[in-house]
Design a binder for this molecule. Structure first.
Ligand code: PLP
Length: 454
């Protein structure tokens, strides 16, 4: 029965938050979210808010699905924990691994379970190096990733990521990781057409491999659509060219599907949207729609066999395949399948929202509106032609807009001056209309505010 102010004070005194300016937080206090249902959140003051970010891009099936609660409770009564080390397994791990083999693209057959996206990517660093070493090619150990990519917060994940503020804290990246250009046409394309720029960005990979020597490179990893980096949707030329380069040079192609997986793009996996066949996929988030934490690394039979024939893979987490988390993932995947939620994103609610979202591109402060499936962004700018940024004195306009958005009952995320949206895949037509109305008001208020600031 504490007041919001009291809750905030306790939180500020005792809780160090991830990715948060703690000093700013102490002054304002954190929003206290108390419950959620469908696409809506409620805060401790009783405000109802549309969750335009699906939590952290993960609550794909929306909040409040009782079936998941029931199967998890039942699993916790039956077998709350057992491990999957040392030749043991359990029913949820067995069923989930078979389900994943069914819903992932045909080349995938086996999964290594983890507890999160970061753990999946850490696993991948060790796995790809082990894969080549097991074939007497220990020199193939460098991993190529991209600037502005996000692959998690562990030392491995943050090293694969190309976020310089993360590298600055803790002396990252670790050795053996190289970052190349991202296919961010709006910000970096210049005079080139998206198609030309997509090819150029992909060929950065070719140039880098050839410079370092293919016999030193283990893998290339990237998100199909870069999420945290500002929803960077690559031009159509990009991914097929990346695949060609990896195949020709015998480099493992790794798709980080932590955001794009489980329906976000209107396909089950982002690589399917772009028509490429990776060798390895990192998964988390939408695998359980966030009801419990779980992740996995999906591998082709070819990769699995090399690892299987090389003896022990000295790697694993206590919670690899945790029974209750696996039960939540199974129930989530069944809901995605039985309710045809992914198909609905592709042919119904995705196109319905895209039409209205792309129309926000007509607003005077929007330089580009983009969206695939139910993941999109608005690039804010004072000058649509030059795509300039605001002067430093104006402040970070993305953050100004994000705060207005919350006042209008909508959670959006900001990366610098880019506003990001990724609502639950179960959002209704009426809820999309309400979301778009709130986004419009957000733009109008933000435009008035930046003009006021001069
Ligand atoms: N990979 C991608 C593409 C992500 O977006 C994230 C998280 O946002 C991660 C990996 C890390 O996942 P986690 O936060 O579950 O460790």
């Amino acid at each position: 029965n504490l007041t919001t102010a009291e809750l905030r004070a306790i939180d500020a005194a005792h809780h160090l938050h991830p990715f948060t300016d703690t000093k700013g937080l102490n002054a304002e206090g954190a929003r206290v979210i108390v419950k959620a249902k469908g696409v809506h959140l409620w805060d401790s003051d009783g405000n109802q808010i549309i969750d335009g970010m699906s939590g952290l891009w993960n609550v794909n099936i929306g909040y409040g699905r009782e079936e998941i609660v029931d199967v998890v409770a039942q699993q916790m009564r039956e077998l709350p924990f057992y491990n999957t080390f040392f030749k043991t397994t359990h029913l949820p791990a067995i069923e989930l691994s078979r389900l994943l083999a069914e819903v992932t693209p045909p080349q995938f057959s086996r999964v290594f379970f983890t507890g999160s996206g970061s753990e999946s990517n850490d696993t991948i660093i060790r796995m790809v190096r082990h894969y080549w070493a097991a074939q007497d090619k220990p020199g193939k150990s460098t991993i190529i990733a991209r600037k502005n990519g996000y692959h998690g917060s562990t030392i491995g994940g943050a090293s694969l990521g190309g976020m310089t503020p993360m590298h600055a804290q803790g002396g990252l990246p670790i050795p053996g990781i190289v970052h190349i250009a991202q296919p961010y046409w709006y910000a970096e394309g210049g005079d080139r057409s998206p198609e030309e720029f997509g090819l150029w960005a992909a060929r950065e990979l070719e140039r880098t491999i050839d410079e370092l020597g293919a016999d030193t490179i283990a893998a290339f990893i990237a998100e199909p659509i870069q999420g945290a980096g500002a929803v960077v949707i690559p031009p159509a030329t990009y991914w097929p060219e990346i695949q060609r380069i990896c195949r020709e040079r015998d480099i493992l192609l790794v798709s980080d599907e932590v955001i794009c997986g489980f329906g976000r793009t209107g396909e089950w996996f982002g690589c399917e949207y772009f028509g490429v066949q990776p060798d390895i996929m990192a998964m988390a988030k939408g695998i359980s729609s966030g009801y419990l934490p779980i992740g996995g690394v999906m591998v082709t039979e070819k990769v699995a066999e090399v690892i299987a024939n090389a003896g022990d893979f000295n790697h694993g987490y206590t919670y690899s395949g945790h029974p209750a988390c696996a039960a939540a993932a199974i129930a989530n995947i069944k809901i995605l399948r039985e309710e045809k939620i992914v198909e609905r994103v592709k042919s119904d609610i995705g196109p319905y929202m895209q039409k209205q979202w792309l129309a926000l591109g007509d607003h005077p402060m929007v330089g580009e509106a983009r969206m695939v499936g139910l993941i999109g962004a608005l690039e804010l700018t004072p000058n649509k032609k030059t795509r300039a940024s605001w002067p430093v004195e104006t402040g970070t306009v993305g953050l100004i807009a994000r705060d207005f958005s919350f006042q209008h009952g909508l959670v959006m995320r900001a990366t610098r001056d880019t506003l990001i949206i990724a609502p639950p895949l179960v959002i209704s037509h009426e809820e999309v209309d309400a979301l778009i109305a709130a986004a419009k008001k957000t733009l109008d208020d933000s435009w008035a505010e930046v003009k006021r600031r001069g």
